[in-house]
Design a protein around this ligand. Structure first.
Ligand SMILES: Nc1ncnc2c1[nH]c(=O)n2[C@H]1C[C@H](O)[C@@H](COP(=O)(O)OP(=O)(O)OP(=O)(O)O)O1
Length: 173
């Protein structure tokens, strides 16, 4: 996408997003405040200074759902890049899955968690781009996707690539 050429004059903000799986389906959280309020999504947030991407993903899951996933059970599957025509910020969202976890599921100040069958995922109540790439992730494939957005809602361009496990994209490479 042409906007990629602008990376050097845009600020990059890095986020994590994890989709926990079980026999019940996939765990989503209803965002109760802040960015994405009123939408269902996986669990995650900004990576904090001094922590790795993996540490950030594990911390956000714990904070938002009380679930614990050990580092060896965190599966990195790729990333989604969001550029906006009307903002100097590019968001990189690192995507993880996990199917082994411990501790009891709890609602947090930020997220109300709920298990969804795969066939009942509420894509119309999620970010508009999720329907293009989340099904790929849930088929246990790697993902690289990039979206050019106008404001919060309008998608100007999209590029979605399914990747094999030996070709999982790493941001910056
Ligand atoms: N388009 C886009 N931009 C940025 N982040 C996202 C999207 N689509 C998404 O699905 N996401 C994900 C990435 C993160 O998991 C969340 C956003 O994190 P946020 O709640 O803003 O981060 P926190 O660190 O928890 O924020 P506060 O603690 O400051 O509220 O959405």
């Amino acid at each position: 996408m042409p906007s990629s050429d602008n990376n050097n004059i845009k600020s990059i903000v890095e986020f994590t997003l994890i989709f926990v799986r079980s026999d019940e389906g996939v765990l989503l959280g209803f965002k109760k405040r802040g960015f994405g309020v009123g939408k269902w999504n996986g669990f995650g947030g900004k990576i904090e200074k001094g922590e790795t991407i993996l540490q950030g993903a594990m911390r956000e899951l714990k904070e938002e759902s009380n679930l614990t996933v050990s580092s060896s059970n965190m599966i990195y599957v790729g990333y989604v890049r969001y550029d906006r025509v009307d903002s100097p910020q590019v968001d990189i969202v690192y995507i993880f899955t996990a199917s082994e976890f411990s501790d009891s599921l709890e609602e947090s100040e930020e997220m109300a968690p709920k298990w969804f069958k795969i066939s009942e995922i509420p894509y119309e109540e999620m970010w508009g781009d999720s329907k293009y790439w989340l099904p790929i992730v849930l088929r246990k494939k790697g993902i690289f996707a990039e979206f050019l957005l106008s404001g919060e809602r309008n998608m100007v361009k999209k590029n979605v690539e399914e990747r094999d496990e030996n070709n999982i994209p790493v941001y910056g490479e």
